[in-house]
Write a protein that binds this ligand. Structure first.
Ligand code: GLA
Length: 410
């Protein structure tokens, strides 16, 4: 049976701006002061390395979240979204972090959390705001819909409150820290920071090599089109969440292993010392987790080395594809964060001639990426859609991932 693949398009700046602007007029009866947008991300390689102080190599997606903001004369945050349309009011003088009795749930915690995190860093007091958000980043898809949300409001708050942080790298690192703290302490998802770095600091046409220990970055040219290739993102639509306990469990495993090995973070275990480190770990589970992290950081370094400083020939991308494949195998077998839908995408993509394929993001559902010849993208997407149909999975959706701009005024 033929199954037609369904694609999700990015929104143009005009479309997104219009959408949140009209929603603000319609639902809140107000005119926005401005609109800001920020991208979701696809990580090329370097998965579950960020909270271990390692390397990651994400790109910013063309799919973005948009926020219309309007300054209020009081200290109330009034929030609504294109998806839910309910209006939520939060008193900024009454913080509600995740470990307190009045924790806020859902998407509003990401927005309120950024404001709270900026104020707790001494940027404030910030004014009350009307905020309307909507997003082209599929929610809960492992493509950082939450970071896109945090980062579009972060650059917006920065401008309307004249904090002066969004204009340079140093200031963006402050905004990144506030967005991470919002996610960790307000929304209660103990994630590692790669997503916010990608959304705030990536560059169009490039992949962002991020050193998660130092927050240092290098922009690595990633012009697939010139080599006749595309990066196809497949949202499996299998439910993904970073705060349902599984993600935290992986992080706890890494912290336990680091403690036993006497290091602060697993990045300190060099690839040549891996066998000796594994021999010191008492449980197979911890050995597997450490093997993934140490080899994944090494694969990320090798991918960046391949992409940097040489002509990007097909052979180079073939080697990158092999590293993608090895990454997925390690995430499936050692880190145990894939799921049947992700494995079917990857196996089907490899069978249909992709140069490489792997899950991207946190895993346990969510999305995968495939590096593929541009003229074979349609065939590959149809093949994956058909394989999902055969397995009785929900239909996946496809996004074409051109490396795009970071968060900015729309
Ligand atoms: C999620 C988290 C990130 C990172 C990835 C796995 O996306 O938000 O911090 O840990 O999983 O690489």
């Amino acid at each position: 049976m033929t199954v037609a693949a369904e694609y999700r398009d990015a929104w143009s700046a005009e479309f997104g701006t219009d959408r949140v602007g009209s929603l603000m007029r319609e639902i809140l009866g107000e005119e926005p002061d401005g609109v800001w947008s920020a991208p979701g991300r696809a990580n090329l390689i370097g998965e579950h390395t960020d909270y271990n102080g390692g390397l990651a190599l994400p790109i910013a997606l063309p799919h973005r979240a948009f926020a219309a903001l309007r300054v209020r004369p009081d200290r109330v945050l009034r929030l609504t979204s294109g998806q839910e349309r309910d209006v939520v009011e939060i008193d900024l003088d009454h913080p509600r972090p995740a470990d307190g009795p009045e924790r806020i749930h859902g998407w509003t915690s990401y927005v309120a959390g950024v404001l709270w995190a900026l104020e707790s860093r001494g940027y404030g007091p910030l004014p009350g705001l009307d905020v309307v958000v909507d997003s082209a980043v599929p929610l809960g898809s492992g493509l950082s819909s939450s970071a896109a949300l945090e980062c579009c409001v972060a650059v917006g708050f920065d401008e309307v409150a004249h904090l002066g942080l969004g204009g340079d790298e140093e200031g963006r690192i402050v905004l990144q820290g506030a967005a991470i703290e919002a996610e960790n302490r307000y929304a209660g998802a103990n994630t590692g920071g790669m997503d916010q770095a990608a959304s705030l600091r990536a560059r169009a046409g490039h992949a962002l090599l991020l050193d998660c220990r130092t927050q240092g970055i290098r922009q690595i040219p990633f012009d697939l089109a010139a080599s006749g290739l595309e990066l196809l993102v497949v949202n499996t639509r299998a439910k993904h969440s970073n705060n349902d306990g599984q993600y935290a469990q992986r992080r706890a495993d890494c912290e336990e292993a680091a403690r036993i090995l006497g290091v602060d973070m697993l990045v300190e275990v060099a690839p040549q010392d891996l066998d000796a480190a594994l021999a010191r770990l008492p449980e197979e589970r911890l050995r597997e987790r450490v093997r993934h992290v140490v080899t994944e950081i090494d694969r990320t370094r090798r991918t960046a080395d391949l992409l940097e400083g040489q002509e990007l020939s097909r052979e180079v991308f073939e080697q990158v594809g092999h590293l993608f494949n090895a990454s997925h195998n390690s995430l499936r077998d050692d880190y145990e964060v894939t799921c049947p839908e992700l494995d079917v995408v990857v196996d089907t993509a490899r069978g249909l001639g992709a140069l490489g394929a792997r899950m991207t993001g946190g895993g346990f559902g969510g999305s995968a990426i495939a590096l593929v010849d541009a003229e074979r993208v349609g065939e590959l997407a149809d093949g994956i859609a058909a394989a999902f149909d055969d397995h009785g999975f929900r239909s996946p959706e496809f996004l074409v991932a051109l490396p795009s701009d970071p968060a900015h005024r729309a």
